[in-house]
Structure formats: C-alpha cells, structure tokens
Design a binder for this molecule. Structure first.
Ligand code: NCN
Ligand code: DMD
Length: 343
C-alpha cells in the first residue's frame, strides 16, 4: 500500500511549466453528447440537478459521452513538516506515521468510506521520517527536490484509475496550506489560518505567527507559484500538484479533498487558471478558509458536511455521489425507450 520516498529526478521547474503549458483541454463533443442524452432521459429536464453536471463533466474529461467510474482510486500522500515543532498543531508529528499504519491496517475513516463505495486506496509515503525544513527559517525544498516530488506524485495514476481522489496526511499541514495561500493571494495570515485538527487559542496564535513569519521571510520571492510551493509548501502538497497534472494529461478526472489538497491545487491554478478544469471539489471542509479558497478557484463543493479530517475522506465520500451521477446517466432509459410521454 505504500511506496518508497521520492527519488531526486533532476527534473527542474521548467519541465513542470512545460507540462502545465501542454495540458489537454476537454472533449467538447463528448460533453455536448452527454448533455444531449441528459435531455432525453426519463426525467423532467434538469431534475437531477448537480448530478447532470457531474455526468457531463466526466464525459468531457474522460473523453466519452458515456463516462464510467469502475476504478475510482483514492491516493493519500503523507509528509512531515519542520514547522510542526513550533506547536502549530495539537498533535505531535509522530501521528503521521501512526495514521499511515492505521491506513495499512484498514482501520481509518478513509478505509471505511472507500470500502463503502468500492474505491481503491493507496498511501504514498514521502520521506515521513525526514521532515521538510521549518518554513519559518528556510525554504521547504530546493528546486530539484521540489520538482522531483511533483514528478513522484505523478505516479498516483499509475494503477489505471478512471477517477482520482486526492488526500493527504501530515501533522502541521494546515499551517503549510495557509502559508501557501497567503503566499499566493496575500491578505493577512489570519485570513488563511484555521483550527486544523482542533487548535485552541494558544495554538492558533502560534499558527498565525508562523504563517506570517514564513511569508515575511520570503518577501519579494513569491511571484512565481512554483516558488511559493518550494518555499512555503511541503512534500504532500508538491506530490498532489503532480498528481493533478498527470491526471489531466491521462484524461482522468480528479476529486479534491479539503483545504490542504485545495491549497496544493491552487499552485497550479495560479500558473494557469484552466489547470483545475478537470477537477471536482469533493467537499468543503470545516477549515475556516476552505470555502473562500474554493470560491476563488471557482470550484463548487459536492458535499458540505462539516468534516475536517483530511486523509482523502471528503473526496472518497463524494465518490458515492459521482458514481450515482454516472449510473443515472448511463443506466436510465430515454422517454422513448421507456414509453413515457414527454411534456
Ligand atoms: O484538508 C482539510 O480540510 C483538513 C482540515 C483539518 C485537518 N486536516 C488533517 O489534519 C492534519 C493537519 O492538521 P494540523 O492541525 O496538524 O495542521 C492533516 O493530517 C490533515 O489531513 C485536514
Ligand atoms: C487522529 C488523526 C487522524 C487524521 N487523519 C488525517 N489527519 C489526521 C490527524 C489526526 C490527529
């Protein structure tokens, strides 16, 4: 269930930029054919609401009028963060490996949700025993390692999935996600920091101070979104960006999980506003800034259940809705086939 840590590939940022510049667009003929079919299915037009949009989205990005979700895959990237030693989470960094063991034992929340919807689950370890440097003091990576970790994340689709759900595990990573958002979008540290796993007032104050200081350390160096990722991010965020990019090139639609995954996705969006067009937001998490971030990215969450777990749980839960959308699209009769009178 886990893979080895990222190997340094020597891939520089220019290669990542080239992959962003060469992203394929949607199959508009497949999208149009899907909407045409929806118009004839045995229901009042539009009566399946968002399910119809989801079916058309999958048609456009899988490139087939009759999309399928037979092999949904949830990929969880796990990383550790030097900044966690500043007391920005109620939990110790050791929980990251302990939770990986729990995923392997099949006993975490995401395991149960994947089993419920017959989704696969893969956990990729990203050198969990070697935290990235504290972003308040130094960049999280050098360019080669950051690009190598993005490349490593591209393996997420290697199993042949037809829908890729992205999740993460990493104590301290809601601080890192806030730093990335603050670095990309400005505002104040307070705008982007939330309670994560359940920060109290003292932890919140340390989080805000850490995010403010990390961004201040890099003042004048954050115009390039890949530099924001390199200086303020972490391994799981870099790998998630790579997975989103690889899925786009392989015609695999993506489902994003919570704030941390969306912050990683935002790096690609800042490089090219169309970079997330193949992505659905599985849910809006209870992390304070997630809703605002989704709005900024023009992503409408499928679910809004007050969850704030991470580990891909919200994206995995959305698989149930997405599977139902595809089942209706492909399995329903048309008015003519059912012999039902059209209005
Ligand atoms: O992504 C989210 O919306 C989210 C919100 C709250 C918590 N998390 C998870 O909690 C961990 C990070 O929380 P923290 O407090 O350690 O920064 C990490 O393992 C995430 O998967 C994730
Ligand atoms: C127990 C626990 C489980 C998690 N799953 C994702 N992040 C997590 C953080 C904690 C603390």
């Amino acid at each position: 269930m886990s893979a080895s840590p990222p190997a340094a590939t020597g891939l520089p940022f220019d290669d990542i930029r080239a992959l962003v510049a060469s992203m394929p667009g949607p199959d508009e003929a497949a999208r149009a054919a899907a909407w045409e079919r929806q118009a004839h299915l045995v229901k009042p037009p539009g009566a399946l609401g968002r399910l119809e949009e989801i079916a058309a989205h999958l048609a456009a990005w899988q490139g087939k009028a009759m999309p399928q979700v037979l092999r949904p895959m949830v990929v969880v990237f796990a990383g550790t963060h030097g900044v966690a030693e500043r007391g920005v989470s109620p939990y110790p960094s050791a929980v990251t490996r302990q939770m990986m063991d729990t995923f392997t034992a099949g006993k975490a929340a995401v395991n149960q949700i994947c089993a419920t919807f017959e989704a696969g689950l893969r956990v990729f370890e990203l050198a969990v025993d070697h935290p990235t440097p504290d972003i308040v003091e130094a960049p999280a990576f050098d360019e080669r390692t950051c690009a190598g970790t993005i490349a490593f994340g591209m393996q997420a689709i290697s199993g042949g999935a037809d829908l890729l759900c992205l999740g993460e595990m990493g104590i301290g990573n809601t601080t890192v996600a806030a730093a990335v958002c603050h670095g990309l979008y400005g505002g104040t540290a307070e705008d982007w920091v939330g309670a994560g796993t359940g920060a109290d007032e003292a932890v919140m104050a340390r989080k805000i101070a850490a995010v403010r200081a990390a961004v201040a350390l890099n003042e004048g160096q954050l115009a390039d979104p890949l530099e924001v990722l390199r200086r303020l991010g972490g391994r799981e965020l870099a790998a998630i960006a790579g997975a989103i990019l690889a899925a786009r090139h392989e015609k695999v639609p993506v489902v994003l999980d919570g704030y941390v995954v969306t912050a990683a996705a935002a790096v690609l969006h800042a490089m090219d506003p169309s970079a997330l067009d193949h992505c659905l937001a599985g849910h809006v998490s209870a992390e304070k800034a997630h809703r605002a971030l989704l709005e900024r990215l023009r992503l409408r969450p499928i679910l809004d259940l007050g969850m704030r777990l991470g580990e891909g749980s919200g994206a995995a839960l959305a698989v149930g809705v997405i599977k139902a959308a595809v089942a209706c699209h492909t399995g329903m009769a048309t008015f003519a086939e059912a012999g039902v009178s059209e209005g």
